[in-house]
Write a protein that binds this ligand. Sequence first.
Ligand code: UDP
Ligand code: MG
Length: 318
Amino acid sequence: MEKTILYLVLPCYNEEAVLYDTAAVVEGKYRDLIQSGRISAESKILFVNDGSKDRTWEIITELFHRNPVFCGVNLSRNRGHQNAVLAGLMTAKEKADAVISIDADLQQDINAVDEMLTKFESGCDVVYGVRNARDTDGMIKKVTALGFYKLMQMMGCEVLKNHADYRLMSKRAIESLSEYNEVNLFLRGLIPTIGYKSDIVYFDVRERQAGESKYTMSKMLGFAMDGITSFSIKPIRFITAIGFLMLLVSIGIIIQTIVEHYLGMTVPGWSSLHCALWLIGSIQLMALGIVGEYIGKIYMESKHRPRYHIESVLWRDE
Ligand code: UDP
Ligand code: MG
């Protein structure tokens, strides 16, 4: 059997603090894998620079000149983690048999790659990396992440619990992914819908060695919102349900009011009216907001904008 050409895709946003260490670790891993005959010598490590403002791209360029196992893609500006991963996958699929995406801070255990390869060789097109426990995260991250998975499941989006974007995909799976044209990218929800044979590999997480998390609270909330609204229309159904319930309640209130009117019990109840006004007003506003979210999506999708542009590529053909 031909040896697998394996590409490793690492999205990098302002990662100068970890990049040398990361490069040393993955370089060592690749040396072992290639020397032991596990993967083809044409396998490469592909860094995607997601519009970093620090020395990230200079470091990638330096690594590329030092060892041909490294290559790089430089995006024209910051497009976010998901788009950076996608850019890496689409670039790598031209040459690779299989591509593994992993965070550049190597919080995820690189040694899970061996098991992913074994599963790929036994016929899996997608192998999901799933973290064992959330011990290294802070309290807030733990709670928000758990709430996120719960919410996603409630909304009917098929996400694997504790799976981030550490996964192996075959060339065929990536080609299928390339047929999805949506701009609001949520890979974790999208990839399970592709199908093909898949499996799970468990790994341990560790703390970030240097630099800080590039996922701010607002980026995380935006990501969760994207995940839900890209895959589910349940929020709209929820509004319809509330609207229906409110209608039933109002019918009751109207009947009561008419009866009280004819019985001569009409005492002007300013406070109750006032409360109802506020309540209905706020519910309407909330409903409008959620509907607006979807309209915004339709608007964005209807543009069919390209999701990234590659400024330059570091590539060497043997
Ligand atoms: N990242 C990126 N673009 C962004 C934000 C993050 O490419 O706009 C990359 C980042 O360099 C890292 C990965 O996404 O390789 C995960 O980010 P991070 O480790 O900061 O997130 P956390 O592990 O804290 O969730
Ligand atoms: Mg991280």
